[in-house]
Each structure stands twice: as C-alpha cells, then as structure tokens.
Design a protein around this ligand. Structure first.
Ligand code: 4NP
Length: 165
C-alpha cells in the first residue's frame, strides 16, 4: 500500500487560490483522520509575494467558512517535482508555467488541474480573484470545497489501492 501521498497546490501568487486549496484540503484530511496518509503544501509560479501570509480578503472569506490560512507564500522549486506526487494548478497559465518548469516527463505527468477533480463541474478553472470583489473570493472557495472533496474521492479510489505499493 502506498504509504503517503504528497500534494502541492499551485497558483500565481500563492496568496489567494493555492493557500485556500491547502487550507480546505487540510481540513478535509483532518476530518477523515488521514493525516498519516496525505500531506499538502502550496506554492506560486511567481515569487511576487514571497514570505507573505495569504491576502487579507482571502483570509477573511476563508475564516467565515472555518479555514484559518497561515501559509507563507513561496515559489515553486525544482525539488517539488521530485517531492510531490500531485502538483495541482488552478488555471491554464499555472499549468503551462508548471509544464515549462518540469524537469522531465515523469514530473510533467504529476501536473493536474484543480477542476479535473470537480464533483459538480461548473467552471474548467479556478479564476484569479485578485482584482475581483467579494464574489470572486466566494467563488474560489465554492470551487475549492467541491474539487478538494473530489480529490479526496480520487485518492481513496486510486492512490491508496493495495496494488499501487
Ligand atoms: P493567486 O492570486 O495566484 O490566487 O495567489 C494572485 C495574487 C497576486 C497577484 C495575482 C494573482 N499579483 O499579481 O500580485
């Protein structure tokens, strides 16, 4: 049985979408007592906000749903492609930047799109909320709560199968 699955969520700045995915998924992992099976982290394709906490608007919207976002922004690094099993981008731009950074085909095969895991498909990406109003931040959380639940279902069906040792 695969002992541990490591997931990295990626967006542009690592201050809105990916730290929220990180917080939502951590909450789901804890609720299902899967801390010893799944680890999550998040990063940005840029270093624009290196070391910063998530955007205050994102933190406020997430807090209203019970998620405390305390991750500090960091840029994706080459070693992430070795360390993580799933590298999950939020939109086309994240995916193409990640593909350009992937050192080999094995690493490229780890790249997914967050909405690949949607249970109720509404949009094919998680839109950047940075220049939006409150609705944009709520939409991000709606999409992430649904797709993180779908990601857990995917992992339960696939990653933890006994034949994937
Ligand atoms: P994120 O949102 O990629 O979801 O963290 C953004 C954060 C910052 C910027 C753009 C998007 N920015 O241009 O600084």
């Amino acid at each position: 049985m695969q002992s541990h699955t490591k997931i990295l969520f990626v967006c542009l700045g690592n201050i809105c979408r990916s730290p929220s995915a990180h917080g939502v998924m951590e909450h789901i992992i804890k609720s299902n007592s899967l801390e010893d099976k799944i680890t999550v982290d998040s990063a940005g394709t840029s270093a624009y906000h290196e070391g910063e906490l998530p955007d205050p608007r994102m933190r406020a919207h997430a807090a209203r749903r019970g998620y405390e976002l305390t991750h500090r922004s960091r840029k994706v690094r080459a070693s992430d492609f070795e360390e993580f099993d799933y590298i999950i981008g939020m939109d086309d731009s994240n995916i193409s930047n990640l593909k350009a950074m992937a050192p080999d085909l094995e690493s490229e095969a780890k790249i997914y799109r967050m909405t690949d895991f949607s249970i109720k498909p509404t949009l094919d990406h998680v839109p950047d909320p940075y220049y939006s109003g409150a609705d944009g931040f709520e939409l991000v959380l709606d999409l992430l709560e649904d797709s993180c639940e779908g990601l857990l279902n995917h992992l339960l069906r696939n990653a933890f199968r006994p034949d994937k040792s």
